[in-house]
Ligand binder design. Sequence first.
Ligand code: PHE
Length: 385
Amino acid sequence: MRGFTGMAGWALTVLLGAAALGTVQGGEEKTYPIGVVVEKSGALENWGRQSESGMKLALEELKGADGIKIELFVEDNKSTPDQSANAFISLAEGKKVLCVIGAVASSNTRAMKEQANKLKLALVTHASTNVQLTKDTEWLYRICWNDAFQGAVCAKFAKDHLKSAKAVIVTDTAQDYSKGLSKSFTDTFKAQGGTIVEELTYQSGDKVFTSQIEKLKNLEADCVFCSGYAAEVALLLKGAREAGYEKPFLGGDGLDDPQFFNIAGATAGTGVFLCNHAHPEDPDPRVQAFVKKYKEKFNEVPGAMSFLGYDAVLAIHDALKRAAAKGEVTRESLRDAIGSIKDLPLVTGKITMGADHEVKKRAIVVECQADKTMKFCSEVKPDDK
Ligand code: PHE
């Protein structure tokens, strides 16, 4: 059928009724091709899988509502910046998509930002939280909160809940996300009177943390803030606990990956906290309906990325609907519609796109449990930072 099938990656098309907007020559229905670039293989592959599952569920539920038929072209960035940029270019030039959703890791999204600006194709990140991403661009938008907010939430939690006055920071110097989040945590932690006693570092892919653990044991601190991703932080945590180090660990959304529990085992239990976008046990009826459907379909509990992938498709659908109401949808008109999302209820909260390409949503802090679940600890609304 229509020109978008038979291409690399899966294409999911959902069309409802005869109400599809627009026709092309020959009376065929018109589709709205949307690109997705996520981490489907490599170090961060769980996030690509979860993002894609959330997106599939959203498409199934939308069923072409409002005459808007979305066709998703999903590309694997192999968890690297170079492959992210390549995938973006191929979607822009080969598939003629109207916008792109992705990526998860901030460094991967940064690699695509340059291309988005150059090719004038909107990029909507559902999960990358690095502050710099939305600066100096007319084409990159974010539909989750950023690390200025997340870092402040973590620093407040360290002070108010963990009663910490002194913190050690551990940063992955290979990741934009980790460097930015460490900085934002530090700014708030110091502003509220706390002291950063030391910043320890490593790089993504490191497997041995003996030296950092030795240092940690000799430092006087009340908590350890780890701004990196799950695999490395889990190794550090496991090693530290096995060496008898008992202080609380706190991290950001980058720890929400099944790898965290798989690698850290029982050490990812009590005393380990993280900031997150959503919580599957949130009693909110919208969240519960989502969790139920997700579990039925994929036979697993949704992670933060599942929630965010689902929401990204709903946000694009809303933008397409408003752009289509004004005439033929172009890359520019869709970009403008994304920029004017207003009071849109999503499963992670209601969003309004600001002039700064950012939205405000609540964050939650959870405590890891030995049974691999996370227990709700506190909620922070954007205005009560
Ligand atoms: N916020 C992380 C980043 O910017 C990605 C992430 C989001 C990971 C949500 C897990 C959950 O790199």
